[in-house]
Design a protein. Structure first.
Length: 296
């Protein structure tokens, strides 16, 4: 995961490294809100960076020999809901046209997996769908355009349908509740491959493949008078359908670093990072519930 950031602006006083904008006709205008700092709590390394109004995504390139076709991480800030959002029709999923031509980013056809709908023996809940990293409901709090632009493969990974609409959605809703309670929270989420290399990919032979994660992680950060508090969750992509209690998947941030090779909270001191990343490792189920309940 080498750094691949486009240099767009050089001034006499400093060098500014800015993100790319997605290439595609169907995106709504991207108006960045200075009131949101999606990467305030930084993650490294970065790859192909795109900045949207509601989130920042680091999309995997082919720097390691083969592209994953999914983001390595997505980071976003959720603020307290202050207005109702106008209703709109969700778009067909978008991509970056240039990255698609290069074989780096899939398009909607990859996730459609032509032919699988003919397998009526496989229930829809057990098919892989486009799993939002930054969810539409959080983005809608900024604007309709921000929510609309969450429907891009630059913000998605293959996720089992029932998990996407089940335990993962439950945590998304709770994060939005925490934003309402604490005024704002930050989220970093993305895929986990247990050998840091994909074993399965979604898509037909002629399509750009999307790597299927073994698990998904979500880190939630809130600010307090004395610093920050965090919760980290790790969900295997295939877990019992009846499981609905996201609290049981609480883990340590350090565990996610071990599994992904990423480093979180890099803007904090080494001592702060060490303390935060060691929290909540190897807790009992009862202890996990107690930790999460303190946020409610």
């Amino acid at each position: 995961m080498k750094k691949r950031i486009t240099l767009l602006l050089i001034t006499l006083m400093s060098v500014s490294v800015l993100a790319q904008s997605p290439v595609g006709k169907r995106y709504k205008p991207i108006v960045l809100d200075n009131g949101h700092n999606h990467t305030k709590y930084t993650t490294e390394p970065t790859d192909i960076i795109f900045k949207f109004a509601a989130y920042t995504t680091s999309f995997d390139s082919d720097d390691n020999g083969i592209a994953w076709g999914i983001p390595e991480w997505v980071s976003y800030e959720v603020k307290k809901k202050t207005k109702e959002i106008e209703k709109y029709t969700r778009p067909k999923w978008m991509t970056d046209d240039n990255l698609h031509k290069e074989g780096i980013a899939p398009n909607d056809a990859t996730y459609a997996v032509s032919g699988t709908k003919l397998l009526k023996e496989v229930k829809g809940d057990y098919r892989f769908v486009r799993g939002h990293m930054c969810n539409k409901d959080a983005a809608d709090r900024i604007s309709m355009e921000a929510g609309y632009n969450t429907h891009t493969v630059l913000n998605a990974v293959p996720q089992l349908q029932w998990q996407n609409n089940g335990i993962w959605k439950s945590l998304e809703e709770e994060v939005n509740h925490w934003a309402d309670k604490y005024e704002r929270v930050w989220v970093v989420c993305g895929p986990v491959f247990f050998n840091q290399s994909p074993s399965m990919r979604l898509g037909q032979e002629s399509e750009v493949k999307a790597a299927i994660p073994d698990a998904l992680y979500k880190i939630v950060i809130k600010e307090t008078d004395s610093g920050i508090e965090t919760l980290t969750f790790l969900f295997p992509n295939i877990i019992p359908k009846k499981e609905k209690d996201f609290r049981l998947y609480l883990t340590s941030m350090g565990r996610i670093e071990e599994l992904t090779g990423l480093t979180f909270l890099t803007n904090l001191s080494d001592s702060q990072q060490k303390e935060i990343k060691a929290e909540y490792r190897d807790l009992t189920d009862g202890a996990k519930k107690s930790v999460v309940n303190k946020w409610k």
